[in-house]
Design a binder for this molecule. Structure first.
Ligand code: C2E
Ligand code: MG
Ligand code: MG
Length: 553
């Protein structure tokens, strides 16, 4: 604390004042305030206080805790917070100056700022700071700066494998090395940030149109792809990049980040190490995807889905053996939408879980209805998606069978080779449980995946369904014919029944019959149709005949 009169004559100069200013009380008494306490502005462009200017006092009077630099005689610059009070009620006006050294506080503040804006692992700007810089870039454009700028979103491919194989510590070292490399390849004005765990974001401002952004991106990818030594192991990493260019078309950070992210997702679908430039078509695709998702959700709620049934014919007897349940969507605007269009979306969004459950329940209810009309040995196969194996599908099926009072023998399930290839042990266990209930399992679209029959032997299968693509040209393509014959022979060797999908002509039927195929399914016999249209079919071709035979017996 210092007390002085308005001419700058010092009266009080306490020990802490001595310490901070580096001046002694004796010297202070003989000097003046402005000589003892030369101050400089804390930040460039701000005013500095001159303590012996009375006008200044009155200006500063009301201001407390002003930050200034105190210039010490030894040349040190000490950051201080200073308050000036003028005691005017005393005859000779006195001013009381209190100040404190804030060096320590500033270093705390710097650490806090660093933690709030920088990533610990890589020392790069974090997401907050990146968004902040992006905002500044956008604002500069709003004020008329003409140049373009770009955002790159980069995601490391397969970092999970490294974490699993070499441990998280090495995974962290990898991330930090990659961050360092990206930073080194960038220009000083660009912002390289660790946006989230293994996503780096780079703000290129300014950038020379799309070409400039792509060149920068290639440079970064090249740097990232150099081998990285992690302990004794040398690893190679690839990355995917989404690029978005702002040529005045973006107003908010959210929009730019959203589109960079969309482009990144696109890049990840391509080969490893590729980059994709965002274009507005992608936005439209994403919008359409989201709309479809909402539509599916709504359709489940509104009950706009239907199940159609397609007969499966036993080639020996020429009679209906069973049916396949195929979902249909009666869309309010688009009409009948093919499952090929919405099943993939339902799978990706997880909506296949409620949808698949709905199909199982509808089919079982329908079987029950047929049962109550005296048709007891009905059998319907339902298609299952891989994702339905993420939950306990045997329990769900068991519950639905019990709830609808349908016997397990009436239900079949179709899985694709994809189900057989993923989570193999888990899926085999579930399929065995289902099989033990009395449910037949078919492998669908056989021949389009990568599984071999020897491999499929591990699964409790009943029927092999040869994919339509082989049957299509069977009459005039001898390769397809031979493949089909071989599948039939091998399948039967493994004690499986073999079904041919998509049979449309008499000619196809003939070849299949001659090759010893067990079942056929296809437009030649019947298209998939609503349950109500199945009824005469069932009565005519199958059950009534059997009932008649029973009567005759
Ligand atoms: P998929 O299980 O292989 O079903 C056979 C597809 O071939 C059906 O197409 C059927 O209508 C069609 N088809 C049958 N006979 C012929 C024919 O002679 N010629 C031609 N060109 N096509 C024929 P759909 O109904 O469009 O279903 C397509 C796919 O959608 C199904 O292929 C199945 O993978 C999937 N799917 C259908 N319903 C469901 C379901 O409830 N759940 C799940 N997860 N997937 C389903
Ligand atoms: Mg099927
Ligand atoms: Mg199929």
């Amino acid at each position: 604390m210092i007390a002085a009169d308005l001419e700058g004559q010092i009266y009080v100069f306490n020990p802490m004042a001595e310490k901070i200013t580096g001046q002694s009380l004796r010297h202070a008494r003989r000097s003046t305030l402005s000589k003892i306490m030369p101050l400089e502005a804390f930040e460039a462009g701000e005013p500095s206080i001159e303590l012996d200017k009375v006008e200044d006092f009155s200006r500063w009077k009301s201001m407390l805790d002003i930050r200034q630099y105190l210039m010490r005689p030894d040349g040190q610059r000490v950051p201080i917070e200073i308050s000036v009070n003028i005691l005017e009620d005393i005859k000779s006006n006195l001013m009381v100056i209190t100040f404190r050294d804030i060096s320590q506080q500033l270093s705390y503040e710097a650490t806090i700022r660093k933690n709030a804006f920088f990533d610990n692992l890589t020392d790069l700007p974090n997401r907050s700071l990146f968004v902040d810089r992006l905002e500044s870039s956008l604002n500069r454009r709003k004020r008329g700066k003409p140049q373009e700028f770009a955002v790159l979103f980069m995601d490391l491919d397969g970092i999970g494998v490294i974490n699993d194989g070499l441990g998280h510590e090495q995974g962290d070292r990898l991330i930090s090395e990659i961050g360092h490399r990206i930073d080194k390849t960038s220009r000083p004005d660009d912002t390289v940030s660790r946006f989230s765990s293994d996503v780096f974001a780079v703000l290129l401002d300014p950038v020379d149109a799309a070409n400039g952004a792509i060149q920068a991106c290639r440079r970064i990818l090249r740097a990232v792809e150099q081998p990285i030594q992690l302990g004794a192991t040398s690893v190679n990493v690839t990355a995917s990049v989404g690029i978005v260019l702002n040529h005045g078309n973006y107003k908010t950070t959210e929009e730019m980040i959203r589109d960079a992210d969309t482009a990144l997702h696109r890049a990840k679908l391509d080969a490893k190490g590729s980059y994709v430039m965002f274009d507005s078509d992608m936005h439209r695709d994403v919008k359409k995807f989201l709309e479809r998702k909402n539509d599916i959700q709504k359709a489940i709620h509104d009950g706009s889905f239907r199940v159609h049934y397609q007969p499966i014919i036993d080639l020996q007897s020429g009679k209906l053996s069973s049916m396949e349940a195929l979902i249909r969507w009666l869309h309010p605007v688009d009409g009948m939408v093919s499952p090929a269009e919405f099943i993939p979306i339902a799978e990706e969004t997880g909506l296949i879980l409620p949808l698949g459950e709905w199909v199982l329940r509808s089919v079982c209810r329908q079987i029950k209805q047929w049962n109550t009309r005296g048709m007891n040995d009905i059998k319907v196969a339902v298609n299952l998606s891989a994702r339905q194996f993420e939950n306990n599908i045997p329990t769900l099926v068991g519950e639905i069978l019990a709830e609808t009072d349908v016997s397990a023998e009436s239900l079949g399930l179709e899985i694709t080779e994809g189900v057989a290839m993923k989570n193999v042990d888990n899926n085999i266990r579930m399929l065995e449980e289902l099989n033990a209930l009395g449910i037949d399992i078919s492998i669908d679209d056989f021949g389009t995946g990568y599984s071999s029959l020897a491999y499929l032997k591990r699964f409790p299968l009943h029927t092999l369904k040869i994919d339509r693509s082989f049957i299509q040209d069977i009459t005039h393509n001898s390769d397809d014919r031979e493949i089909t014959k071989a599948i039939i022979a091998m399948g039967q060797n493994l004690n499986l029944k073999v079904l041919a999908e998509g049979v449309e002509t008499e000619g196809q039927l003939e070849i299949l019959r001659d090759s010893g195929c067990d079942y056929i399914q296809g437009y030649y016999f019947s298209r998939p149709m609503p349950a109500s249209e199945m009824l005469p079919f069932l009565q005519d071709r199958y059950l009534i005949n059997e009932q008649l035979m029973e009567l005759v017996e």
